[in-house]
Design a protein around this ligand. Structure first.
Ligand code: ADP
Ligand code: ADP
Ligand code: MG
Length: 656
């Protein structure tokens, strides 16, 4: 076994790898970007080395720099985690050349599965069923359009180099094909440096069911059962579980065999996942699932497999990389109970799941147990930075039955507190409790069809939380002034010393200018014998004081109501920005990101709702549309430029 490991990754997965490596007695070596200098995984590791600036391209993706560190620190092996360099065959080769073991499959296997079109051709030869479609080399739009028509709509255009749900467009009608193709190609070129696509049949009632496989260097290949990852948004997994609801022994055997065949076809070694798309309209059957792709690495959702098998997949990865045999055969493996994982993201379900960044003023999880696991990469007080994936943590629950696992997960999420960046915690809890999902009636479209019921649409003004926040702000001001007065007088603090003249008895009313969720509002607070009361102009404050959690921030506070955050602070005259003058026509960056495309030029006439630009952040593209009809009077960015959140990008004015 190795005595040291360099982890070429960050966040939650780096922490998770460190945990197993340490248990196996290895010295753990972290590498980090400047943005991650104080990150949890850096604090966790035995040693840590800076490798470059925040952008991944200049740090986590610079293989040569990472290998330099590996050499200097004397690392025996490199674990790439997932994402970043984990599926980079050149990096795996460079490791071998440098005499350090790459904990992953041989470069040839990575390469064989690296492009979806070539992978489909290859596994098809091994008689693994693939999604019908065109996965040849031709990229001529007219040709692809004709193929799409032959395949029959709906079709899916996919980047051959794709990953993370990027470069993918579903097309329902022939007339929409061309625009979708351009979109997929642009996204693919931008994300993967390769604009090529394939076109395949969009499977009806799609269920994403994948097989975890493991192979050693001695010719043993097994599968560790399936995971169902059908709950997705924009083709990205949100909730994953094992085993798959409705799976039968027969289908499992067929799918397991197909996965093992696919792995054998490329001489696979280590942990890998073979992803299938199943047509779930008649349940899971042995002839209605098709190979989509193979991920030649550890998968984000591997903990659910660990929960139902009792295995540590990272330990197995190390053992296999060190040349050991798999310690079991297929027949030794069995499924114990049911496990579900939820991906907790810093994103705002009420605003189209826009990524959210900033300081985590509060981050609290229920205690872990043998039935509840929390894999996190951040702690309270840390920043969710705009440079990487916005995942905060994974919460994994195990139960004897699916219902029990889902209950445990829902309860754990209900007890999870996130304040600062917006999070999807309440949305995840709603998913776990959704009756249709629990009854096993779902496919990959489930989330999109149920956004409203899951609380993922704009909701009414949070009057109760705003009122609670207003009162708490006054309390905070009083406490702070009492403390300040105490320091000034050098004596014990007393409420009568409060510098701002608040009275603790008698009737009294004050007006309080507030900024609630970024909107200015003048609250009127009153105190009488009954206690405090709050009035908010234009909003009915529900009677009775809510018992809401309050988290203090640097300049105000956050009120928490079942996971929903309301940010409240005192309004400051400096909040008035010059943009207010032409507010209606200013298009600002909704988040920190990169402007990847601009569709308009200065002087152009635009309609309300017209697509103006695309900003990309944290793995996703967001279209910016015109807030009103008019003429583009100003474009303050160029395509390719980074932009901070709130920056003024485009202004629409009146025609001269
Ligand atoms: P999975 O099927 O395992 O979810 P994804 O393709 O979505 O696979 O990627 C796995 C994870 O790897 C992502 O959730 C993300 O955390 C990380 N990742 C992938 N690509 C990148 C990247 N370019 N930069 C940073 N992290 C990445
Ligand atoms: P990525 O590399 O981005 O993970 P995949 O090929 O694995 O790309 O597809 C991602 C998701 O897109 C799948 O999990 C599934 O939900 C959906 N998808 C992919 N192919 C099809 C298809 N042919 N029909 C329906 N849905 C599909
Ligand atoms: Mg995939």
């Amino acid at each position: 076994m190795f005595s040291s490991v360099l982890i070429a990754n960050r966040g939650e997965i780096a922490c998770r790898i460190i945990r197993t490596a340490r248990r196996l007695g290895m010295r753990t070596i972290a590498v980090h970007s400047d943005a991650d200098a104080d990150a949890l995984f850096v604090r966790d590791a035995d040693e840590a080395y800076a490798i470059g600036p925040a952008p991944a391209r200049e740090s986590y993706l610079v293989g040569s720099r990472i290998l330099e560190v590996a050499r200097d620190a004397g690392a025996d092996c490199i674990h790439p985690g997932y994402g970043f360099l984990s599926e980079n065959a050149e990096f795996a080769e460079a490791c071998a050349k440098a005499g350090v073991t790459f904990v992953g499959p041989p470069p040839s296997a990575i390469r064989a599965m690296g492009l979806k079109d070539a992978a489909k051709t290859l596994v098809e030869r091994a008689r693994v069923p693939v999604v019908p479609g065109y996965h040849g080399h031709k990229q001529d739009p007219a040709f692809l359009r004709e193929r799409a028509a032959n395949i029959g709509f709906p079709v899916l255009i996919k980047a051959v180099a794709g990953g993370g749900g990027k470069g993918m467009r579903r097309v329902d009608r022939l007339i929409d094909f061309e625009e979708a193709l351009l979109g997929a190609q642009r996204e693919a070129a931008n994300a993967f440096g390769d604009p090529r696509v394939l076109v395949e049949k969009y499977v009806r009632s799609p269920r994403h069911v994948e097989m975890q496989v493991f192979a050693d260097r001695h010719g043993n290949v097994v599968h560790l059962f399936e995971r169902d990852c059908s709950l997705q948004r924009r083709h990205q997994k949100v909730l994953e579980e094992a085993p798959a609801p409705g799976m039968t022994a027969e289908v499992r055997a067929a799918m397991g065999q197909a996965a093992v065949d696919a792995a054998r076809a490329v001489g696979y070694v280590g942990a890998g996942t073979v992803e299938f798309i199943a047509d779930g309209s008649n349940g899971l059957t042995a002839d209605s699932f098709f190979f989509m792709e193979m991920n030649t690495r550890l998968q984000v959702e591997h903990p659910v497999t660990e929960a139902i098998t009792g295995l540590d997949l990272v330990e197995l990865q190390f053992r296999v990389a060190a040349g050991e045999r798999l310690p079991f055969a297929q027949g030794d493996l069995a499924i114990q109970g049911h496990a579900v994982e939820a991906r907790l993201y810093a994103e705002d379900p009420e605003r189209g799941f826009l990524p959210s960044t900033g300081r985590l003023w509060a981050l609290r999880f229920p205690e872990e147990s043998d039935r509840l696991r929390i894999d996190t990469g951040v702690a309270e007080g840390d920043e969710v930075s705009p440079f990487y994936d916005p995942m905060i943590a994974k919460v994994i629950a195990h139960g004897d039955t699916r219902a029990q696992a889902l209950d445990r997960l829902a309860d754990a999420l209900a007890r999870t507190v996130v304040a600062g960046p917006r999070s999807n915690v309440a949305f995840l809890e709603a998913l776990c409790r959704a009756p249709e999902f629990r009854a096993g009636r779902f496919d990959t479209g489930f989330i999109d069809r149920n956004l409203e019921a899951l609380g993922a649409t704009a909701r009414p003004f949070p009057a109760a939380a705003a009122a609670a926040g207003a009162l708490a702000l006054v309390g905070q001001a009083v406490r702070r002034s009492i403390a300040a007065a105490a320091v000034a007088s050098g004596g014990a603090p007393s409420p009568w010393d409060a510098a701002d003249g608040f009275q603790l008895s008698g009737e009294r009313q004050i007006g309080l200018p507030l900024l609630i969720e970024g909107e200015r509002l003048d609250a009127v607070l009153g105190w009488d014998a009954e206690g405090p009361s709050v009035e908010l102009p234009g909003h009915a404050v529900p009677p009775g004081s809510h018992e809401l959690d309050i988290v203090e921030t640097e300049d105000g506070l956050i009120v928490l109501d079942h996971g929903r955050q309301t940010h409240v602070r005192l309004f400051d005259a400096l909040d008035m920005s010059f943009d207010e003058a032409d507010a209606g026509g200013v298009v600002k960056a909704p988040m920190h990101g990169k402007v990847v495309a601009l569709f308009v030029t200065e002087g152009e006439t635009v309609e309300k709702g017209q697509k103006l630009a695309i900003v990309e952040a944290m793995k996703m593209e967001h279209a910016l549309v015109a807030p009103r009809a008019g003429v583009v009077t100003e474009i303050a960015v160029e395509a390719g430029q980074q932009t901070p959140e709130g920056a003024r990008l485009i202004v629409i004015g009146d025609p001269d």
